[in-house]
Ligand binder design. Sequence first.
Ligand code: KG4
Ligand code: ZN
Length: 341
Amino acid sequence: MGLILGIETSCDETAAAVVEGGRRILSNTVASQIPVHAPHGGVVPELASRHHIENICPVIEAALAEAGVGFTDLEAVAVTQGPGLVGSLLVGVQAAKGIALVHRLSLVPVHHVAGHVEATFLAHGEIPLPALALVVSGGHTSLYRVPEEGVLERLGRTRDDAAGEAFDKVAKLLGLGYPGGPIIDRLSEGADADAVPFAIARMKDGSPDFSFSGIKTAVLLYVRREGIDPVDDAGDVPPPVKDLVASFQRAVVDALVRGLTRAAREHHPRSLLLAGGVAANSRLRREAATAAAAVGLPLFVPPLALSTDNAAMIAAAGFVNLRRGVRGSWDLNAEPHLALG
Ligand code: KG4
Ligand code: ZN
C-alpha cells in the first residue's frame, strides 16, 4: 500500500519514480537534458519542453519496470505543479492527469520546493522537529521553518539571483560549461579559496534574506580588470581561474552558512536541513556540517541523487500531501509561479 508514482518536469530533467509509504524508493529514473542545453550555457525553455515530450513516456515506463509494478498497483500519481518553466511543467502535469484519469488513481499536486525539503525525510526517516531548512537550487535560495513534515514557513529568500544561478552564470562567463555548480565544485578542489577576497554583504535591514547578483558582478569586474580570458576547454583550466572560482564558491558558501547559523540561533530548531541542487556542493556540505556542530544541532542532507531534481522527492512529498487530504482535480494546471501552501 501507499505506492506513489512521482513525476517531475519543472526544469530540464524528465524524472519519474515509485516510492512506497513516502520512505522506500523502488525506482528513481532521471533523463537529463544537460547535453541539449550545455551548448547554450543555460536551459532553453522551448528545447526543454520538446525533450520532456519525447522523454516522458519512456521515463515513466522505466520507473514502473524498475519498481516491478504496474499502474493498477499505484495509490496515486504525484506531480510537480510548480514553480518552474511553464512549458516543462505542463508535460508532467498532463501526463499525470492522463494516468490518474485512465487508471482511476488519486492525483496529487506537489510544490517543487516542498519536494526538495521532503528529500531529507526520504533519505533520513524521522527528523527532530521543528527543523530549519535551507533550500538552495538553480531557481531558489530560501530558508524555512519546518514545524511538521510537509509544512514550510518561509523566513527568508534571495532578493535577486538564486545561489545555483550565480554558479551557472559565473561558469558561463568564464567559458567553463553548463551546469556551472558541479564544474566549479570540481575545479575548486585543491585551489586557493582565499586568493580573491570576495565577500557577500549582509542585508542592511538585518533581514534573513540573501543576495547573489553582486558577487556575480564582482567576478565579472575582476575578470575584466585582470584581463582573464574565458577558457575554451574546461579540462584545461589555468590555476588563477581555479583560484578565482574557489574564492567565489567560498564567498557563496560563507553567506549561505552564515544565514543558516543566524536563523538557528534566532529560531531554536531541533535540526537543520540542507536541500536542493546546490546542497550537492562539497564545500557547502562540509561547512554546514561544521556550523551545525558549532550550534549543537544535527544536520540532515540528502545524498547527491536526491539533492538535484528527481521524482522520488516528488512521490514522497505527494504521499505526505495525500495523507493531509491534498488532491488535484481534473482542471489542475501548471503554475510557473506557484506559492507555497
Ligand atoms: O535542484 P536543482 O537540480 O534544480 C532546480 O530546482 O533549480 O538545482 C540545479 C542547480 C544548478 O544551478 C547547478 O549548478 C547546481 O544546482 N548544482 C551545484 C552543484 N551541483 C548542482 N552547485 C554547486 N555545487 C554543486 N556540486
Ligand atoms: Zn529543483
